[in-house]
Design a protein around this ligand. Structure first.
Ligand code: HAX
Length: 432
């Protein structure tokens, strides 16, 4: 398999680099931790390492060192498509180089080959209570694939720690190949015809997903390619990525680790935020019976802030510029449906909210983030069920976190086990 060969060829050099760093500079101090940080969710503590992606406060996400506009420009695209192959992005995350079109297609072909979802997965989902949240179904479906883990089998048979990444990569391909089918099945089961979707080997991952969702529109295939690429990775400290890393560090296989990651993504402070953003935009539409005037929107935003609520979709813990993941989606909407009512409100918010937040003076970053627009775009193509949006995020997030999982095994990253202190100990430290 192409990803296996490419990673294998780089491994000796990577292992030497890490070993040298540890042997020669293992005691070098990288930073300090304050009591505020310990109580404050470890915000900004520099304690993780990943080479897959990095969030630059002034530029946003970089995948393997490349900014988002460069990634979207340089990744190969299907003929006639606007957005790149998702398989090409997976190659970039896993291997570190831009693929040729043939190489992206090799990943796509590997996905098609492994896309069959065993019947028991659908059966388990059908047997779950009808009102089960789509993320609970998604997490459950991932666990039902665990019995097939090559990593778990090979580990039980006994294998060298140095080789663990190989069955981890097999599992990563198995998992990512099936996620689109599983997500589309959950959508069909909960909201549509309850049909079992099937993967067409003649279509790429994005076009397949659009077809399986029942959205017969070339534009939606482009949007979903963009969506999966944008949501793939955001370095390792966010809840889903960190959960994946932590669970994986116990040498749980990728199915256990990714299911856990998805349980974290399901939280309102993480993947569920995009639902709140769309609800906010729709609330504006309902209140003003359509698109408000600029004055009305400014007043509404100020009222929201005065009542102690936040404006969803604006601000970021790390970024200090408009999120390039937002900018890419905003551009898509502006090109394809500038006169869609919800999107017109999104555009007006884009003009007005940063100034309102700046005037209030609290938010360190008044600019829009990824969630400010993503729901409105899905809504335009008829994916109107808010609860499902986090599943879409999950399919995209799998690309980044599984690449991290494979590399964590390849570089022999150990069990994660930070030290805890008691409040009394912190008080003693404070007292000097
Ligand atoms: N509306 C109103 N107030 C805001 C704000 C916003 N959009 N963004 C920040 N602030 C406020 C904070 O609530 C905070 O107020 P207090 O001092 O009273 O607590 C103050 O400004 C300073 O906050 P900050 O340091 O700028 O931001 P944080 O790192 O604490 O929080 C958040 C970052 C994204 C959580 C925050 O900007 C926010 O709540 N935004 C709205 C919700 C949202 O868009 N969430 C999705 C984030 C995208 C993401 O990462 N998804 O996975």
């Amino acid at each position: 398999m192409i990803l296996h060969d490419k990673i294998s060829a780089q491994l000796p050099e990577w292992r030497e680099r890490v070993t040298k760093l540890l042997e020669e500079h293992g005691d070098k101090v990288v930073g300090e931790v304050t009591i505020s940080q310990i109580y404050g969710g470890m915000r900004a503590v520099r304690a993780l390492v990943t080479d897959i992606s990095f969030v630059d406060p002034n530029e946003g996400i970089r995948f393997r060192g490349h900014t988002l506009p460069v990634v979207l420009e340089r990744l190969p695209k299907p003929d006639g498509a606007e957005m790149p192959y998702v398989g090409g992005l997976y190659y970039l995350l896993m291997v570190g180089d831009f693929p040729t079109k043939e190489q992206a297609l090799e990943v796509e072909a590997e996905w098609a080959k492994n896309s069959h979802v065993p019947d028991h997965v659908f059966k388990v989902l059908r047997d779950m209570p009808k009102d089960t949240h789509p993320m609970a179904l998604f997490s459950q479906a991932i666990l039902t694939l665990q019995n097939d883990s090559k990593f778990a089998k090979r580990y039980a048979e006994g294998m060298s720690k140095m080789d663990l990444w190989e069955p981890a990569l097999d599992d990563a391909m198995t998992l990512t190949s099936k996620l689109g089918v599983i997500a589309a099945f959950i959508y069909q089961l909960k909201y549509r015809a309850k049909a079992e979707p099937s993967y067409d080997p003649n279509l790429d991952f994005g076009a397949n997903f659009a077809k399986m969702m029942g959205v017969d529109d070339k534009e939606y295939a482009d949007l979903i390619r963009l969506y999966f690429i944008l949501h793939s990775d955001h370095e390792s400290g966010n809840v889903s990525a960190h959960t994946m890393h932590l669970v994986g560090s116990s040498l749980s296989d990728i199915f256990f680790a990714f299911s856990a990651a998805m349980n974290g993504l399901a939280g309102p402070l993480h993947g569920l935020a995009n639902q709140n953003c769309l609800a906010f935009v729709m609330g504006i539409k309902d209140k003003f019976n359509g698109v408000p005037t600029k004055e009305q929107l400014t007043e509404y935003a100020n009222e929201t802030l005065d009542s102690g609520r936040v404006i969803p979709g604006y601000g970021h813990a790390v970024l200090r510029v408009p999120d390039p993941r937002y900018t890419a989606q905003f551009k898509f909407g502006k090109e394809h449906f500038p006169n869609d009512e919800l999107f017109m409100i999104v555009q007006m918010m884009d003009e007005i909210i940063p100034a309102v937040l700046k005037e209030q003076g609290k938010a360190k970053n008044p600019w829009p983030n990824v969630d400010a627009v993503s729901g409105s775009l899905q809504y335009h193509y008829g994916i109107t069920e808010f609860d499902f949006y986090t599943v879409l995020f999950g399919v995209g997030r799998a690309l980044g976190v599984t690449a991290n999982y494979v590399w964590a095994r390849a570089l022999g990253q150990p069990l994660e086990r930070p030290k805890s202190l008691t409040t009394k100990m912190l008080e003693d430290i404070a007292a000097g």
